[in-house]
Design a protein around this ligand. Structure first.
Ligand code: CAA
Length: 247
């Protein structure tokens, strides 16, 4: 079977790490991205992957910048190979009620979570169409599905991401390129540390499963969608949220 090459943005984060590890275990060649600052601070991550005998090259990128993405993709494709699977996982929060939200908080979230997916996907899309194989997997959120108090920016970006998925799925369908969204619920990652404890406890109380998701429970859906024999699933939005939002 052809060995596929996958690129995971935000690949050293909570969910991103499990996706990169899962893809490596499944036999993919994998590269991951991090921001310049993250890349300087993740010696522990590099050591942990080395200890697991996992070779995951990290590439610096600013996903908000189209030309930074272009340069990084050129580097990945020349050093690792043409990208068959792109996982748009990089995302940030800047939570605030709208009455206090600054234009900077709005822009940072939209630019990273939504523009970032365009800036990355646009680079790999023509190659995928030409090679008649591709998988784009956009990591959205339960809060793009249901909205969340204090997250007008984040909810808008994540809902927009699935609009992007649905449109692009139609453009890729005849060329063997699928585009899908995963909408994780609240997952046990560092992002949760920004939520005040009493608010987080109230959120967990609303999750029928009674707990946060483990990152690996999100990663297994990404692996499923990345597979060669997942080619008839496109334009889908798969909820992984412990029953917190059932649609
Ligand atoms: N619904 C209705 N009203 C609410 C409310 C809610 N859920 N939460 C707070 N309020 C009310 C308060 O009672 C208070 O009312 P009064 O003004 O009448 O007293 C008012 O809203 C407080 O408003 P503030 O603007 O002062 O809010 P704040 O600054 O205290 O906190 C916040 C706002 C920072 C957004 C805080 O609510 C918060 O952290 N919320 C959590 C947001 C969240 O879930 N983030 C998810 C991050 S993880 C993630 O995003 C990953 C993923 O994909 C799931």
């Amino acid at each position: 079977m052809t060995q596929r090459t996958a690129l995971v943005t935000g690949g050293a984060g909570g969910i991103g790490t499990e996706i990169t590890r899962g893809l490596i275990k499944a036999g993919y060649k994998v590269a991951a991205t991090c921001t310049v600052i993250e890349c300087q601070r993740i010696d522990d991550w590099r050591a942990a992957r080395k200890a697991e005998d996992m070779d995951i090259p990290l590439f610096e990128v600013d996903v908000t910048d189209f030309y930074s993405c272009k340069k990084m993709i050129d580097d990945v494709e020349s050093q690792v190979g043409p990208i068959d699977v792109l996982i748009n996982n990089a995302g940030i929060t800047r939570d605030s009620t709208l009455k206090k939200m600054t234009p900077e908080q709005w822009d940072a979230v939209i630019n990273t979570n939504l523009d970032g997916a365009f800036n990355m996907t646009r680079q790999v899309w023509p190659g995928m169409l030409d090679r008649k194989f591709g998988r784009i997997i956009n990591i959205s959120s339960i809060n793009g599905r249901k909205g969340q108090f204090g997250q007008a920016n984040y909810s808008a970006s994540k809902a927009g991401l699935h609009g992007f998925t649905m449109a692009l799925a139609q453009e890729g369908a005849r060329k063997g390129v699928t585009v899908n969204t995963i909408s994780p619920g609240y997952t046990a990652t560092k992002m949760m540390l920004d939520i005040p404890k009493e608010i987080l406890d109230a959120i967990i109380a609303q999750i029928p499963a009674g707990r946060l998701a483990e990152p690996i429970e999100i990663a297994r859906v990404a692996l499923f969608l990345a597979a060669d024999d997942a080619g008839f699933i496109t334009g889908a939005n798969i909820d992984v949220n412990g029953g917190q939002f059932i649609h």
